[in-house]
Design a protein around this ligand. Structure first.
Ligand code: PEP
Ligand code: MG
Length: 841
């Protein structure tokens, strides 16, 4: 890969450019900085030796591009070339391109594998997008250069016909920085020449592998693009780009339209009425509780032993990573994979080499204590986000601050103040971090009212997922001085809040809340009917749950049972494993809420994305998803496993409980687990403790090996439940938590669907029932296919149940079977989606 060197008088400026560039290509970067000089009183300047060292550190035969700010930076760079031998000097190019825009364009081109000439052309053309947006003529050179490259490529591809597709951009902010970089990186993976034009804005075609040119298209949400590909792998290239669009570039798919994406401080319109940002719909009327996490005070001081200080910072970061891992696992269970990815981003932040290096340098260069060094670098990062033009990226400041505070808290030894409410309340705060919000209990926190925040902040996204009404950005002067217990009403749809509302407002809001609740109830009322297709096929609709409160929501939403109880929640966020008694109480309580409805309890599926610090698994494995997780860990920890099985068996007395084993890959694992279950049964029998002797045992089919030997496994168990979240990642060899391969982890890919079909066939042949409990079951585009493939049960998050039942009732089995058969014959997940959409129109 072409190396990039940034030469600047200011270290901060250079590091800022480096950080920005790294963000564009998600760290896939070969970039060094040579900036500032070793003079505490006058640190601005450039040093030829530093430039030489920076060049040497990124040098390869692919070449190096050097970008400089001004004046002596050029001289230092020219002098640095003198230190190189002749052959090396030929490969190093000093470039007059603008520092910031040039560096970003160059890094994107380099990351896409383009050669040094193309990288230079990209850097030189870097002002074109800006100039075009501002209506200024510029970048002629770049246009000329890219045209000359294009014409040589035209000849290479002359023998192939051009293929073209048209796509609508659905990202909320269009092809903003990151999606544009993804587009370019994807286009550059193929030999075919990719061109793209914005049909909506009636532009010319531009090169699809140029970040500048793609940026010039000014693509916004809803714009239609034409993408043309010419070359040997044109079809594959178009399919990959189509998949990128279909995955929404890995961005949040929420349809929620924020009324305002900017932070606001708003004054009241009438007495007692406050206007804010409508962040999460719903009405809440309750007394308030103010929440203020303890402030962290930092003192800056000189340290004698920078190495010890650096170690101290690393230990705090490591502990913060463990805390976030736990939060990530809990969030995966409570709010789903997509939203939990917020915390995955927090982890990436703590691994950011640029940030860590900046902190380390501060400690060493200035003999600074860890707290002061850390706070300074976090503030720098937060400020650089604040200055971005892209408002969505600006809002990531909250996440930066959240992670930064977590490490600081650990460094200064502050314990986190947990929020304990004695009665249901509306939470009033300045701001809530994503971590704070993820920990809220919707049955206690009826509403959220903050003075800062925005509708697209991660806290707001989590509030919506949890179903907590929220109004953000209200007048701090008013709400932060209220006494705890003051009555407040808020309407998360209109973004209004009232302090001690007048009776007429209260009546109005109570009526609105009632209407809202009635509408929900109506949907729930039909959700209590069975899901039967128009031609009479019944499909059971169950719920996936991860807590006792979930089961109530599930039943209220029409769940006919629980298809997956993720028992990990009992094991997380604590110092030791839960006792048999604790587990028994929880399982029994959930079964009681379900009455005679089935409850499928999945045994501990820890490891992979759900590590457990006190069991020392998951965290240190090179490939945790391929490691010691699920049944593998349980079989190796018989005492822990037996404790859980005893609790499940005891709860099964008088309740419709089934056991499900996760991550099964082999027949011997099932036999070993059943053997342990049999031993536990003997113990209970001997002790005279009642349990269901005939308790059903099933497995999750989520490992391709299990699909391959499904007919053997079917002979061992009473049921299958297909876990497409894991099955997709293992079939596609793509880590389900890695955003870079997110487009591959797609349950609608025909490869995954064929695995689902094989599993169903094996179950049907053996005469056992088969369900599906991965996220795919809740995808409206998957319903017809899954029903058509012959599943007996679909298990989804409780909120998705009413809509899923409606969708099933609208289908006919014959149509569903035809769609399923055709889906299996498609080439890609995109084609499958198109097929389903077509069948609906
Ligand atoms: C799955 O893998 O599809 C599944 C439901 O289990 P989990 O998401 O808990 O791994
Ligand atoms: Mg799984």
């Amino acid at each position: 890969m072409v190396g990039i060197v940034i030469v600047s008088h200011s270290k901060q400026l250079a590091l800022g450019v480096q950080e920005l560039a790294a963000q564009m290509v998600q760290g896939n970067i070969r970039l060094a900085v040579a900036a500032g000089i070793e003079d505490d009183d006058n640190p601005l300047g450039t040093d030829p030796i530093q430039v030489y060292e920076a060049i040497a550190s990124v040098f390869s035969d692919d070449g190096v591009l050097v970008l400089m700010d001004l004046g002596s930076a050029l001289m230092s760079a020219e002098m640095a070339l003198e230190f190189l031998d002749e052959a090396q000097r030929q490969q190093v190019h000093l470039c007059e391109a603008p520092l910031v825009e040039g560096a970003i364009a160059a890094v994107v081109a380099a990351a896409a594998g383009r050669n040094i000439q193309q990288v230079i052309a990209e850097a030189r053309g870097a002002l074109t997008a800006k100039a075009s947006q501002l209506g200024v003529v510029s970048g002629q050179l770049a246009v000329v250069e890219t045209q000359s490259i294009a014409s040589s490529e035209d000849q290479t591809h002359a023998e192939y016909p051009t293929k073209e597709i048209q796509l609508i951009v659905s990202n909320r902010l269009g092809l903003h920085a990151r999606p544009a970089a993804q587009f370019v990186a994807t286009a550059a993976r193929f030999q075919a020449q990719i061109r793209v034009r914005n049909i909506t804005r009636n532009t010319e075609f531009v090169r699809g592998d140029s970040i500048n040119q793609v940026a010039i298209l000014g693509v916004r949400q809803g714009h239609e693009l034409a993408i043309a590909a010419t070359g040997v792998d044109a079809d594959e290239a178009l399919a990959a780009l189509q998949a990128l669009f279909a995955s929404n570039f890995g961005e949040d798919r929420t349809n929620f339209e924020p009324p305002s994406a900017v932070r606001q401080e708003i004054t009241p319109e009438t007495d007692g009425e406050l206007s804010g940002i409508a962040a999460s719909p719903g009405v809440a009327i309750a007394p308030i509780v103010r929440y203020q996490p303890p402030a962290i005070t930092i003192t800056e001081y000189h340290v004698e032993d920078p190495e010890a200080e650096w170690q101290r910072l690393q230990t705090a970061i490591h502990t913060a990573q463990q805390e976030i891992q736990t939060l990530f696992s809990q969030a995966t269970i409570q709010i789903g994979d997509a939203e939990a990815a917020i915390f995955d981003a927090h982890l990436l932040f703590l691994e950011d080499p640029v940030l860590l290096e900046a902190a380390r340098q501060r400690i060493w260069d200035f003999y600074l204590n860890a707290e002061a060094a850390w706070q300074a670098v976090v503030n720098e990062v937060a400020n650089s986000y604040r200055t971005l033009e892209d408002s969505y990226l600006q809002e990531r400041v909250d996440d930066v601050v959240d992670v930064g505070q977590r490490v600081l808290r650990l460094l200064v030894g502050n314990t986190h103040s947990e929020l304990h409410l004695s009665q249901p309340a509306i939470l009033v705060a300045t701001d809530l971090t994503p971590s704070d919000t993820a920990g809220l209990d919707p049955s206690q926190v009826l509403g959220i009212c903050t003075t800062l925040g925005s509708a697209t902040s991660h806290s707001a996204i989590i509030a919506r997922t949890l179903g907590i009404p929220a109004v953000l950005g209200v007048d701090a002067e008013v709400v932060l001085h209220l006494e705890d217990g003051t009555l407040m009403a808020l309407d998360g749809e209109s973004g209004k809040a009232w302090v001690e509302p007048e009776p007429d407002i209260l009546n109005l809001l109570a009526a609105k809340r009632e209407a809202w609740q009635n509408a929900q109830q109506q949907a729930r009322a039909t959700a209590h009917q069975l899901a039967i297709t128009r031609d009479g096929r019944q499909v059971s609709v169950f719920a996936n749950i991860g807590s006792i409160s979930d089961v109530q929501v599930a039943v209220a939403n029409g769940a006919e049972g629980v298809g997956l109880l993720r028992t990990e929640f009992l094991y997380l966020d604590r110092a030791t494993a839960p006792t048999e008694e604790e587990q028994f109480t929880v399982y029994q309580a959930i079964a009681q809420v379900l009455e005679r409805r089935p409850l499928i309890i999945r045994t501990l599926d820890i490891g992979g994305d759900k590590p457990l610090p006190y069991l020392k698994i998951g965290v240190r494995e090179a490939n945790p998803f391929l490691g010691w997780r699920g049944i593998r860990f349980c079989l190796d920890s018989p005492e822990l496993f037996k404790t859980q099985l005893r609790a499940i068996l005891r709860a099964s007395a008088g309740h419709n409980i089934k056991v499900m084993l996760p991550m099964i890959a082999t027949v011997s694992e099932v036999r070993a687990a059943k053997q342990i279950l049999a031993e536990v049964k003997v113990q209970l029998r001997q002790a005279g403790i009642p349990f269901n002797e005939a308790i059903a045992v099933g497995i999750m089919v989520e490992v391709p090996a299990a699909v391959a030997v499904a007919e053997r496994l079917a002979a061992e168990v009473d049921f299958f439940s297909i876990g497409t979240n894991d099955l997709s990642q293992y079939v596609m060899a793509s880590d389900r938590t890695n955003p870079r391969v997110a487009t591959l982890v797609d349950g609608l890919h025909p490869a995954v669907l064929r695995m689902v079909q094989q599993t169903i066939q094996a179950a049907q042949t053996a005469g056992i029932w088969v369900g599906l409990c991965g996220e795919l079951a809740a995808d409206p585009l998957a319903t017809a296919i899954l029903v058509g493939l012959g599943l007996n049960e679909l298990s989804v998050n409780p909120q998705a149940i009413p809509m899923l039942k409606v969708a099933i009732a609208q289908l006919s089995l014959a149509e569903a079977e035809a769609i399923a058969a055709s889906a299996l014959q498609q080439d890609s997940a995109t084609d499958v989606r198109a097929l389903v959409q077509q069948s609906r129109s």
